[in-house]
Design a protein around this ligand. Structure first.
Ligand SMILES: O=C(O)CCC(=O)C(=O)O
Length: 307
């Protein structure tokens, strides 16, 4: 794979999150560095440790990812998610009112399906994770599948994952998988460059402040020292400025995956698909089975599980 050809030549389009426009200057925005999954494992693992993320182009079979998109969206469409008469694999959102309660009930069914579970445990993925965690890898049962509608006004604010997973090891690896093509306009994940070092510092500060809290409160993302939702901030332009960093984005394609450290700060932007397409993605977490597992993640995801 010619990985240099995988870095888009086009300018990054205007991006929006929480009512704000991201600073388009090259000092504050850039493309994620793509990696070739066929590169030597040592090169990939050292890049992951160094950058806090690893963006693997074409890691999964495109056809299998698109098949997963078709299955998942067809199931959600039992509750009327899609524009009637369109091919489910496209993911054209229904124009007009969508019954989000009914769609979410279908979503909670789908994340329990063998079709989805086996996708998250694609052999190439768990075998790669075994090598990266240095032993037998364990996939957390709580796995999130997100369908972001083009008309939706909420996008994931800036955070690092350990905030929600403090009850076990910090030797975690998140895998974010776009289930379908996700050009930057569709609001895929973006990373604050080099922020995994910042996340380590922030977590040490939170731990020091929380030392007097009960064990249950200490691991909570919602304890009194955290902001609402456990987010670091909803103001993405201000964060890039404050930490003198850049938000790194990508034109994700079906088959790509990104791995990130539990300390790496990331967020999403609004889905501004000009074609009204749904951004479907899953985020799942692996660790070494010998490390402590956060028991709160031992159940399937439910929308009110407060994690
Ligand atoms: O997909 C999103 O909007 C957020 C995903 C996320 O925060 C993660 O993968 O850790």
């Amino acid at each position: 794979m010619n990985i240099h050809a995988a870095t888009p030549a086009r300018p990054i389009p205007p991006l929006h999150a929480s009512g704000l426009t991201l600073d388009p200057s090259a000092r504050r925005q850039g493309w994620l560095r793509p990696s070739d999954p066929d590169d030597a494992f040592e090169t990939l693992s050292s890049r992951f440790r160094q950058d806090g993320y690893l963006y693997l182009k074409g890691f999964l079979h495109r056809d299998e990812v698109l098949e997963q998109r078709r299955r998942a969206l067809s199931h959600l469409d039992l509750a009327g998610l899609l524009q009637p008469g369109t091919d489910p694999v496209l993911g054209v959102a229904r124009q007009g009112q969508i019954d989000s309660g009914a769609v979410n009930r279908r979503l909670m069914e789908y994340v329990r399906s063998a079709a989805y579970e086996s996708f998250c445990m694609t052999p190439r993925l768990w075998q790669f994770m075994d090598r990266l965690v240095g032993g037998l890898s364990y996939l957390h049962k709580r796995k999130l599948l997100r369908h972001t509608l083009p008309q939706q006004q909420f996008s994931t604010p800036a955070h690092y994952d350990l905030v929600y997973l403090r009850g076990g090891t910090d030797r975690l690896i998140t895998v974010w998988i776009p289930v379908g093509d996700c050009p930057v306009e569709m609001g895929g994940l973006l990373y604050l460059e080099n922020s995994h070092r910042l996340g380590v510092q922030m977590e040490a500060e939170f731990a020091a402040k929380s030392a007097q809290l009960s064990a249950e409160e200490r691991v909570s993302a919602y304890n009194k020292h955290m902001t609402e939702g456990g987010w670091i901030s909803k103001n993405l332009p201000e964060m890039a400025e404050k930490f003198d960093s850049r938000w790194l984005v990508a034109d994700y394609e079906a088959g790509d995956i990104v791995l990130h450290s539990p300390f790496m700060i990331h967020a999403a932007t609004l889905n501004e698909s000009p074609d009204g397409l749904i951004r479907l993605s899953t985020d799942i977490r692996y660790q070494n089975v010998v490390d402590e597992i956060d028991a709160r993640w031992n159940n399937h995801w439910t929308l009110d599980d407060m994690l």
